[in-house]
Design a protein around this ligand. Structure first.
Ligand SMILES: O=C(O)CCC(=O)C(=O)O
Ligand SMILES: [Fe+2]
Length: 326
């Protein structure tokens, strides 16, 4: 009998073999040929859920293992994914750009997201489209949004929102002109041991408020909330270092201590074309280093998808049992 090795139970860095990539490409091609070839259509999503059963077994195992527990780093990286590089159009440069067509990369992002959970979007953000483009936009250059090119502060995605995504998926279509431009990530599981007991106690209390990011059309603000939630020793994290403010001085100091701890354990992910990372949005904050876009059609380009678990939980906030939250 073959012993179960840790490589089999913990595939958190999965490089697809050429055979696995071909098997995935065949599923993608079938979905691209089937009407309606629009990822936002419920009928297409139903086909994609079925198609997902034919993904390479190692990929399915990695997704399942990640959903069970995202590990100390809270992320799953998959490389050598097909993205149809030869047919990619120029990198978009307009605000709120999305991909509704079942192109190869949009289909790949959806197929994997739909195996991890339910792919969802927000009505108030990027027109409620499920596959969104992360691209530098001239008019947003200095904004704290994914269209910006200044340093993007560490954040839980949509930290202000009671139904923030459980996972954020980022698939790279095109790298930045400069080599080292990357998404930065930091896991609370690595940062928590660095925090003193006083800061931990304050961070567990409802002494913080968070406003909506600039990508949201509605300007809502959260109720006072804790930054560390759930289990005392293995907490979830909910914070946005641009949008969260402390309600008193002690809370402000604790927030600064948390930021320092997260910065100490942070990791730079430089995604290459065909690399996709899923972040557990309860354990990991993400941001991005500053970079210099050229707006020449060859800038950095990622697809982003959000994934939820337990569709019933949000049923009253989704019209027609669809994928868009309001
Ligand atoms: O550009 C990146 O790597 C991440 C941007 C971001 O925070 C997002 O798209 O949610
Ligand atoms: Fe983000």
């Amino acid at each position: 009998m073959t012993p179960i090795t840790s490589e089999i139970v913990e595939l958190r860095d999965l490089a697809l073999t050429e055979d696995e990539r071909s098997a995935l490409s065949a599923v993608v091609a079938r979905l691209a040929r089937t009407a309606p070839a629009v990822v936002d259509e419920a009928a297409w999503q139903a086909r994609a859920r079925l198609g997902g059963c034919h993904l390479p077994p190692r990929l399915l195992a990695a997704i399942r293992g990640f959903r069970y527990d995202a590990g100390v780093d809270g992320r799953l990286t998959i490389t050598n994914l097909p993205i149809g590089a030869e047919a990619l159009p120029p990198t978009p440069t307009v605000p709120e750009s999305v991909e509704r067509e079942a192109t190869t990369p949009a289909t790949v992002a959806m197929l994997i997201g739909l195996q991890l959970g339910e792919v969802i979007a927000y009505r108030e953000e990027k027109h409620g489209a499920l596959v969104q483009n992360v691209v530098p936009v001239p008019s947003l250059a200095t904004s704290q949004s994914n269209g910006g090119s200044v340093q993007l502060e560490f954040h839980t995605e949509n930290a202000f929102h009671p139904d923030r995504p459980h996972y954020v998926g980022l698939l790279c279509l095109r790298p930045a002109h400069e080599d080292r431009v990357g998404t930065q990530v930091a896991s609370v599981r690595r940062a928590f041991p660095l925090l003193d007991e006083g800061s931990r106690t304050v961070l567990r209390e409802a002494r913080f408020v968070t406003v909506a990011p600039p990508s949201f059309r509605s300007a809502s603000e959260s109720e006072p909330h804790p930054v560390l939630l759930g289990n005392e020793e293995d907490p979830d994290l909910c914070v946005d270092f641009h949008a969260t403010s402390a309600l008193d001085d002690k809370a402000d100091q604790a927030l600064a201590a948390l930021r320092e701890a997260l910065t100490e354990v942070r990791c730079d992910l430089v995604l290459r074309p065909g690399d996709m990372v899923f972040l557990d949005n309860r354990l990991v904050v993400h941001g991005r280093v500053a970079f210099r876009p050229r707006y020449d059609g060859n800038d950095r380009w990622l697809h982003r998808v959000f994934v939820h678990l337990d569709n019933r939980r949000t049923r009253s906030r989704r019209a027609g049992n669809g994928a868009v939250l309001f």
